[in-house]
Design a protein around this ligand. Structure first.
Ligand SMILES: [Ca+2]
Length: 305
């Protein structure tokens, strides 16, 4: 009898061991099944995101934005000097336009801000008006028979009769005012950030905006502007670069490296940064100058370095 009981206990012990082993096996199997199911959900999207950031496009572009930070290094162009003209070294150039044979220039600094019409060949001031001492003049553009001028931090712009310089309208905007140009339909304004604003003429209501970027990301401190053959040219404040921008996407098509434009003979003068781009659409001429520069240059942009 005792022998039978011992045998039954061994059988029960064996069955208990088998049961525990089976439970362990089930737990392990369940873990692997779960991991197999979760891995594609968690790990694969992570790998996909890393691949995108490293090699192709920014996630924002994939979801409809136009930014593309990583793809295509922005080309760098150089320039040739075609002509050199006199420029008033007292003019703190903030806006520059060429229209029907004349330059229109907006100057800055408190107490020294003006709107001028000058003769290209001589730099002679043909007409000017002074802004009040509380206003710091900024970008200008010529639209029809008017000249439009921004101010820096006063959130106020002015519309003048192009011939008489009579002030015919004032308008407001919420940002700082830096550069101004137009594409024939909309005014295009910069405010020192990477954003360009498109405004309706007459009402000055915003109709759209783009963020300007190159392969490294947003391009900030966009300053004086000029619309040239379907592109927006912009001085980048405190640099020797002019960027050429696609107006539809904001992408920088190319950077023009303007280093060395003002020669060493002029470097002893109290000059400030490169600023001011004007375009003669009838003769396809580009003019550039800088704040307090004694010279204004006609340049020809050359292809990539
Ligand atoms: Ca301009």
């Amino acid at each position: 009898m005792i022998c039978l009981i011992n045998t039954l206990e061994k059988i029960c012990s064996f069955l208990r061991s088998m049961w525990e082993w089976l439970l362990d096996a089930l737990r392990i199997s369940f873990f692997y099944v779960c991991m197999t199911a979760i891995a594609p959900i968690v790990i694969l999207p992570l790998l996909w995101g890393c691949w995108i950031l490293a090699y192709t496009q920014s996630p924002t572009e994939l979801y409809g934005n136009t930014k593309n930070f990583r793809k295509d290094i922005t080309p760098v162009c150089t320039y040739d000097i075609v002509n050199v003209y006199f420029h008033d070294p007292g003019a703190f150039t903030q806006g520059l336009v060429f229209d029907k044979g004349f330059l229109y220039e907006g100057t800055g600094l408190y107490g020294r801000s003006e709107l001028r019409r000058t003769e290209l060949e001589t730099g002679k001031i043909l007409q000017k008006i002074k802004l009040s001492n509380q206003l710091f003049g900024e970008g200008v553009t010529v639209l029809g028979n008017t000249v439009i001028q921004l101010t820096w931090k006063s959130h106020t712009g002015f519309v003048y009769d192009k011939n008489s310089f009579e002030r015919i309208q004032a308008f407001r905007y919420p940002t700082e005012g830096w550069g101004l140009t137009h594409d024939g339909t909309n005014l295009i304004m910069s405010d020192g950030t990477s954003i360009l604003y498109f405004l309706k003429p007459l009402t000055f209501q915003e109709t759209g905006r783009i963020e300007v970027f190159d392969h490294r990301g947003p391009v900030t401190q966009l300053n004086e502007l000029e619309y040239i053959k379907g592109e927006i040219y912009a001085n980048v404040w405190n640099t020797d670069y002019i960027v050429r921008i696609n107006p539809q996407t904001g992408r920088v098509i190319a950077r023009i490296d303007m280093a060395g434009l003002l020669g060493s003979k002029d470097s002893g003068l109290p000059v400030d940064v490169l600023n001011g781009i004007a375009y003669d659409e009838y003769r396809d001429r580009i003019f550039v100058t800088g704040k307090l520069w004694p010279k204004l240059f006609e340049i020809a942009v050359k292809d990539e370095k």
